[in-house]
Design a protein around this ligand. Structure first.
Ligand SMILES: Cc1ncc(COP(=O)(O)O)c(C=O)c1O
Length: 372
């Protein structure tokens, strides 16, 4: 058989995207951040129904900058789920604060409210923020307002690391990323829309927005071009060239979402194998970023898929057990649910360019899997 390898992810760049980028380059645009980035910010804030969006070079610098602007630094503690992309925790460390790992709940893979409450009873005075990560765009089993109430009770900032959640809503109707002080998105290659690298912070808190805008533009007191600085800042600006791609991608986000959901439904209809199961997303409210398999035969299944020309990716490891956290007092602790998913989770091909034929092929290979 001469079938092509199906990648776990590839970007869905369309002819419209290429046309828009060519048009922009031919127009003599400045490439650097200017009007197109502002337009992209407006489009993102409209899409999420939030006061403002501020575009960043990626979804790690967004998190770092949120923490810096909120004044989270040495001496502060931030609660981070033990199942997330490392950037969620690294941004806290780089801001100078301490990470407190918290387990997640099954099957949403979002922060466990029980574990969170235990931590807060123990550490109530020193925790400054919670990083909530809607895993794969899923909402938790509890009402997000319950989490907000906990934050209010302890006077803690809620930051939503919604990198995986563009196009996903809480059951109460708010777009993910918009209920806390700030939400963060990523537009890296495997995200629902991509600008190659890119990120956004969304917020409705005007003081925070003003400070964040200053921070990402060298702390300039009166914006673009002025060389008066009333606070410390960095250069965390974007490029209009990437913004053109972002605007174009966002124009067809509904189509991309539809495709992701259609493929999700077909996979769930076709896959039937006692050795594995697919994790669930509420596709009425949320957009599955990746399709997730849960199996006791993670590496064997990954090899089987590879032998059948299908890419996959092991889901996130237990963050506290990573070598990078050898110094951390929780390095040896066990968080049962993040351990379970790290040993059993596999991401299978999930990009919106997958057609029906490829989904049928993936389902067939999954169905023929039998551990040795
Ligand atoms: C939950 C989460 N946070 C942060 C990031 C980092 O985003 P970026 O790659 O844009 O820096 C990612 C990227 O996958 C992510 O999934």
């Amino acid at each position: 058989m001469n079938e092509k390898f199906i990648l776990q992810y590839e970007p869905a760049i369309g002819n419209q995207d290429i046309k828009k980028i060519n048009e922009y380059l031919e127009s003599g645009g400045f490439i650097t951040e200017y009007q197109k980035t502002k337009d992209f910010e407006n489009d993102i804030s409209n899409f999420c129904n939030v006061k403002e969006a501020i575009i960043f070079p990626n979804g790690t610098l967004t998190l770092f900058s949120i923490l810096k602007v909120l004044g989270i630094k040495k001496g502060s503690k931030v609660i981070v789920p033990n199942y997330t992309m490392a950037a969620t925790a690294f941004s806290v460390i780089e801001a100078g604060a301490e990470v407190i790992f918290c387990d997640i709940e099954w099957p949403s893979l979002c922060l466990s409210l029980d574990n969170l409450n235990e931590i807060l009873e123990r550490e109530s005075n020193s925790v400054s923020a919670i990083m909530f990560m809607p895993a794969n765009g899923r909402y938790p089993s509890y009402d997000i307002n319950d989490l907000l109430n906990v934050c209010r009770k302890y006077n803690i900032f809620l930051i939503e690391d919604s990198a995986q959640a563009l196009g996903s809503y809480y059951p109460s109707g708010e777009h993910m990323g918009t209920v806390g002080i700030a939400g963060s998105f990523s537009f890296s290659m495997p995200k629902i829309i991509t600008t190659g690298q890119g990120g956004a912070v969304v917020s409705s808190n005007q003081d925070f927005i003003d400070s964040l805008r200053k921070y990402r533009d060298f702390g300039r007191s009166s914006g673009g071009g002025s060389d008066n600085h009333d606070s410390i800042g960095l250069n965390l600006k974007f490029t209009d060239l990437q913004a053109v791609l972002g605007i174009s991608q966002l124009k067809r986000i509904n189509k991309l979402i539809e495709k992701k959901k259609e493929n999700y439904k077909l996979l769930h209809k076709l896959v039937d194998n006692p050795y594995l199961n697919l994790l669930h997303n509420d596709i009425n409210k949320t957009t599955p970023w990746f399709y997730e398999v849960n199996t006791n035969f993670q590496m064997e299944l990954s090899e089987w898929l590879k032998d059948n020309k299908i890419g996959s990716r092991v889901m996130y490891p237990e963050l506290n057990k990573q070598k990078a956290f050898e110094f951390h007092k929780q390095h040896k602790d066990t968080f049962p649910i993040s351990k379970k998913i790290s040993k059993q989770g596999l991401w299978i091909p999930s990009h919106p360019k997958l057609d029906k034929e490829k989904i049928i092929r993936i389902a067939d290979v999954l169905n023929r899997f039998k551990p040795k």
